[in-house]
Design a protein around this ligand. Structure first.
Ligand SMILES: Nc1ncnc2c1ncn2[C@@H]1O[C@H](COP(=O)(O)OP(=O)(O)OP(=O)(O)O)[C@@H](O)[C@H]1O
Length: 239
């Protein structure tokens, strides 16, 4: 069982700013996530949560500040280099190839057929239903099954750090519970660090160790994830 006590920082953001064209979205943001920690980033719509994940991944360039993975600066690194360094990403936008089979969607995440078998065995431990459905077209899966496939694809290479964007959106409680179990198992068995962007407060507080609320590109509040934190976070999410 992985113990998060006394572990160093897996991901560090130091005064990071980013945006689109002339528009500043992330503003001088600093954040440190410990190795093996599950961290939930919350906030109202349009506050910059997805932009922050994309900035970490190099999909949106950082205009200022430093982003570090362990002790290595990854500021300006390409998404491809980050994936090679053990970073996984489950994006919010539908990233599946709907006309391809489940197997082919998962095959895209690995380099060779040999790697595929090992990686498949790994994701089947979390989502056993995929084993019998490999030939099925991804587009014919239910919404919840598609989300589990998206997460599986991000887990294929056993990343050390995984960034997950609103995985629980639109899902029924049983599927959300299955995803929560998978995330805990991944962290407990492999020490994976998980950064979740979430709108679902109950899921976020149940699955995470710590949370932060993003407001207009800055961290507005943060704390330990406990049932007592609910009201405090809710205040930030009110319209
Ligand atoms: N490619 C882009 N070009 C210009 N502006 C963008 C682009 N992508 C996002 N934005 C703007 O950046 C701001 C932050 O968007 P972002 O998607 O990061 O927020 P969010 O907190 O993830 O929101 P949500 O919870 O609704 O997904 C929004 O005002 C959005 O319109």
């Amino acid at each position: 069982m992985f113990d998060t006590a006394d572990t160093g920082a897996k991901l560090t953001l130091d005064g990071v700013s980013s945006g689109y064209g002339p528009i500043a979205i992330i503003r001088d943001l600093s954040l440190s996530i410990r190795r093996g920690e599950i961290f939930a980033l919350m906030g109202k719509n349009g506050m910059g949560k997805t932009t922050l994940l994309k900035t970490i991944l190099g999909l949106v360039p950082a205009r200022a500040g430093d982003i570090r993975l362990d002790d290595q600066s990854i500021t300006g690194a390409s998404p491809k280099a980050l994936i090679r360094s053990g970073v996984g990403y489950a994006p919010q936008e539908q990233p599946l190839f709907t006309d391809l089979s489940i197997r082919d969607n998962l095959r895209l995440a690995v380099r060779s057929d040999r790697d595929l078998d090992t990686a498949l065995d790994h994701v089947f431990t979390h989502f056993p239903f995929l084993r019998d459905r490999l030939a099925q077209k991804a587009g014919t899966l239910s919404g919840g099954e598609q989300k589990m496939l998206i997460l599986s694809r991000a887990l294929m290479l056993k990343p050390d750090l995984i960034l997950i964007d609103e995985i629980s959106e639109g899902l029924q409680p049983t599927v959300i519970a299955q995803i929560a179990r998978a995330l805990h198992a991944e962290r407990d068995q492999s020490g994976t660090t998980i950064l979740l962007v979430e709108q679902n407060l109950n899921f976020a507080l149940e699955v995470a160790d710590r949370w932060a609320v993003l407001k207009l590109g800055e961290i507005d509040d943060s704390g330990e994830a406990k049932p007592e934190s609910r009201e405090r976070v809710l205040e930030h999410l009110k319209i």
